[in-house]
Design a binder for this molecule. Structure first.
Ligand SMILES: [Zn+2]
Length: 404
């Protein structure tokens, strides 16, 4: 596995044409009319979902030793909730609820406060699933548990373990339960602290806001600027605070690599990673959002340029959401939702079809890494299943636990 990615030999775009004589099974998938492709992806997703449940729940006898959404049981629950939203299978919803109950027990006393790696994810998803199940008592249980979450000691600002990861959970609740479930005053006060922290570390430098995680000034979605700006854009901010966010994104754009990719941390010259967690994919999602929030064409233009890097270097030798092909496909889905251009939907379809056609064999042959937690949502095949489900209704797709 010398290179980090497979060369992308798929055509940049093709018109659908079922009668065409395609040079490979993958190519014939690309020419297939969209509803037929979506149907194949749906069937594969539902099979994969069964496999994920077996490996991460049944085999562990219903214990949630790792409760997190990132690598643990809550990721399986999130996938089941997605499957329920697509197929309306109540069995998925009730299993999802059962898994969240185990996560609730396992996460008692856990110090982490985020959606992806902490207790906020358990309580927030628990509340939303309880609402869908029509269980008012359970909804109240999770909401009061969520409100009981406290940040103790010095909490970082980034997405996976930090304050914006908690804010994202608040936004998720407000979106799915109703505005005001978590008061905007509570969220605004925290957002203000995050901006103050960013200014302090920037020290009036060239970038208005700067943050550190474990001593490093990261830029990516998981631990750095892209993720922090992504969540802050959903907050109710003053004009000067919005300018700081905009200025931070413009600083990143000015200092990107000549290739169009983005450094994983401040000052890094290593143009290597094209992941959601580090590099162009995570930044592209943030820039796509910025173009909507600020209504400025400049952000869409650079988001498209970052997506071009993802098309060329993003066919990674891993399947997952965080640093794999599935996560990278969401860059195209996000641009498709914003612009409605079929070229982007095609590119998402191409990445999904590459996985559908090749992932199992490439993993079996040792040419692709199955993931350290091979059935997890962020590192493994649950992420691939989530992408396939999102391909069924691409206009409603969302990068899991990141796009609202
Ligand atoms: Zn990653």
């Amino acid at each position: 596995m010398a290179d980090r990615f497979f060369p992308n030999e798929m055509p940049a775009f093709v018109e659908e044409n079922e009668g065409v004589l395609a040079p490979s099974p993958l190519h014939s998938l690309l020419y297939l009319p969209y509803p037929k492709t979506a149907d194949k992806l749906l069937r594969a997703a539902l099979d994969l979902k069964e496999k994920v449940v077996k490996e991460t729940w049944v085999r562990l006898r219903g214990r949630a030793k790792d409760f997190t959404l990132y690598t643990g049981a809550l990721g399986t629950a999130f996938l089941l909730f997605k499957a329920y939203q697509v197929t309306n299978n109540r069995g998925d919803l009730s299993l999802c609820s059962e898994i969240i109950r185990a996560c609730d027990v396992a996460s008692q006393g856990d110090p982490h406060v985020t959606f992806i790696c902490g207790r906020a994810g358990v309580c927030a998803l628990g509340a939303v699933v309880a609402k869908h199940a029509g269980d008012e008592a359970l909804l109240n249980h999770y909401l009061s548990s969520f409100r009981g979450i406290r940040m103790r000691g010095k909490v970082p600002n980034e997405l996976l373990y930090g304050r914006v990861g908690y804010l994202w959970a608040c936004c998720f609740l407000n979106k799915h339960i109703g505005e005001g479930t978590i008061p905007t005053t509570h969220m605004g006060a925290l957002a203000k602290e995050i901006i103050t922290d960013g200014k302090r570390l920037s020290n009036r430098g060239r970038c208005p806001l700067m943050y550190e995680w474990h001593g490093k000034k990261y830029w990516g979605a998981a631990h750095g600027l892209a993720g922090i700006m992504h969540v802050l854009m959903d907050m109710d901010l003053k004009p000067d605070e919005k300018e700081d966010i905009k200025g931070t994104l413009q600083y990143m754009i000015r200092n990107r690599f000549p290739s169009g990719n983005y450094p994983s941390s401040e000052g890094s010259n290593n143009d290597r990673l094209v992941h959601w967690c580090h590099g162009a994919p995570g930044v592209s999602l943030t820039l796509t959002k910025a173009s909507q929030v600020f209504q400025e064409e400049q952000f869409l233009q650079v988001a498209v340029e970052a997506a071009e890097v993802v098309w060329n270097r993003g066919l990674l030798k891993r399947v997952g959401i965080c640093h794999g092909i599935s996560g990278n496909a969401y860059v195209f889905l996000s641009l498709y939702r914003l612009t409605g251009k079929v070229e982007y939907l095609y590119r998402a379809k191409a990445f999904a079809c590459f996985l559908l056609d090749k992932a199992n064999k490439l993993i079996a042959d040792g040419l692709m890494h199955g993931g350290d937690r091979p059935y997890s949502l962020f590192e493994g095949q649950a992420g691939m299943a989530h992408l396939f489900l999102d391909m069924v209704r691409p206009s409603e797709s969302r990068f899991p636990a990141y796009e609202l």
